[in-house]
Design a binder for this molecule. Structure first.
Ligand SMILES: Cc1cc2nc3c(=O)[nH]c(=O)nc-3n(C[C@H](O)[C@H](O)[C@H](O)COP(=O)(O)OP(=O)(O)OC[C@H]3O[C@@H](n4cnc5c(N)ncnc54)[C@H](O)[C@@H]3O)c2cc1C
Length: 389
């Protein structure tokens, strides 16, 4: 019996196409790349070739012009099929900053190439080692000199740089002491990575538990042409925030895909593993954690669809996108734990892929935003409680 899921009859063709593509990349493919710490080039190339990563780019720029609902299903199916959308999700949503705030000339210059998969905009550089989530205190500065900006500073955890042509960079252009609000005075730039690497920008890979390709980044007098400034100088923080609802909803969808993957694996194993002369899944102590995880993945999925619906209708979806991310990250982690437990010792064997997905889905409690920061957003902006920081 296929796993019944909310809205399972919607977007059947979309899901079928993704499932056919993902079926060409078996568990062993993802497992081997994760174990070797290598990038799944062929998988990402196939997703790019079929246009899935350009889902949200408007048709006038060569994309599919689909909504966040459909884009979220793409991300969900990648993770549900055993893959890890963390290797490519930046290509889906980083272009949003350009689309919403770039000039006509910038959009014409970059978006068709991104839509065609010829230009990769996989990277966005916000996080810094000393300031972390307190983004407005970031220390990377971009100073205007003639027709260029000169960038100095450092970033950390900047993903997929080695598989990207362009990077969105947030840097301070006016010192924090000189702005009326600390969120003012930061700007967003497009960095041409081929030009920058070795010419004022250096990167150092960070080995990590999720096999995510991610780097420390060092800027020393990196020159960026002034024409690469996106939108108005000083309004960059606002532009980055504008993109977060889509990002959070898409990451929620990845967690939901993981959640369904864990539940599918666990229920199959619980049905076939016989201990004490009966399938372990006959024991309610085994059934209940899985049933509860299923409830929570389903609930998270509905919140994801509500966030997407509002986003696609042009309505405010900050609360729903944040709630979807929180619910989905918790639900996938709960499903991961249930799945690992149900597999007993075999859950720890690499060939079952559970330990890999377990590590991968744990990330989403922390990145791209930690659960505490989501709760803080909801407490302040939805419940109207006093601002805490
Ligand atoms: C694999 C990976 C890939 C990443 N990719 C990118 C990327 O491509 N681009 C990018 O810019 N960043 C990226 N990040 C960074 C990620 O967004 C941050 O790690 C995340 O936002 C948390 O920031 P931090 O690590 O600095 O934690 P900190 O800000 O140091 O926080 C540490 C802990 O303290 C908690 N905390 C802090 N302040 C408060 C408070 N006031 N109240 C309650 N709790 C609090 C946080 O919730 C967190 O659990 C990536 C991270 C990882 C691990």
């Amino acid at each position: 019996m296929p796993l019944p899921t909310s809205a399972s009859t919607d977007h059947d063709d979309l899901r079928a196409a993704l499932r056919a593509l993902c079926a060409g990349f078996p568990d062993s493919y993802h497992r081997d790349h994760a174990a070797a710490g290598t990038y799944p080039e062929e998988f990402i190339a196939a997703l790019t070739r079929d246009g899935w990563l350009a889902a949200m780019i408007p048709e006038e720029f060569g994309g599919s012009g689909l909504g966040l609902t459909e884009a979220s299903i793409v991300m969900e199916e990648i993770n549900r099929g055993g893959g890890n959308a963390g290797h490519c999700h930046g290509q889906m949503y980083n272009m949003g900053t350009l689309l919403r705030h770039g000039s006509d000339e910038q959009k014409r210059r970059y978006l068709p190439g991104i839509a065609a998969g010829e230009l990769r905009l996989q990277s966005m550089a916000v996080t810094e080692p000393t300031t972390g989530t307190d983004t407005t205190k970031l220390k990377t500065v971009a100073r205007r000199r003639g027709d260029r900006y000169i960038v100095n500073g450092q970033k950390v955890w900047i993903s997929r740089i080695a598989h990207s042509d362009l990077m969105i960079l947030l840097a301070r252009t006016t010192p924090i002491e000189q702005v009326a609000r600390k969120s003012h005075g930061m700007s967003v730039f497009i960095v041409d990575l081929q030009h920058a690497l070795g010419h004022g920008m250096e990167i150092r890979p960070i080995r990590n538990m999720v096999g995510h390709e991610t780097f420390e980044v060092f800027f020393e007098d990196l020159e960026i042409p002034a024409e690469n400034l996106i939108g108005e100088e000083g309004r960059g923080f606002r532009y980055i925030l504008d993109g977060l609802n889509a990002e959070r909803t898409l990451i929620a969808a990845e967690c939901i895909g993981d959640g369904y993957w864990f539940i599918e694996r666990a229920r199959a194993y619980a049905g076939e593993r016989v201990v004490f002369d009966r399938p372990i899944g006959q024991n309610q102590g085994v059934q209940f954690p899985l049933a509860r995880a299923y409830v929570n993945v389903e609930a998270a999925s509905l919140m994801r669809f509500e966030a997407s619906r509002r986003f696609d209708a042009g309505e405010d979806c900050g609360a729903q996108a944040n709630m979807a991310k929180l619910l989905a990250a918790d639900a996938s982690w709960e499903a991961a734990n249930a799945c690992l437990q149900i597999h007993g010792g075999f859950g720890f064997a690499e060939e079952y892929d559970i330990e890999r997905k377990f590590r991968e889905t744990r990330l989403y409690q922390v990145a791209p935003i930690s659960t505490n920061l989501i709760l803080s957003y909801l407490a302040e902006h939805v419940l109207g409680l006093p601002r805490s920081f």
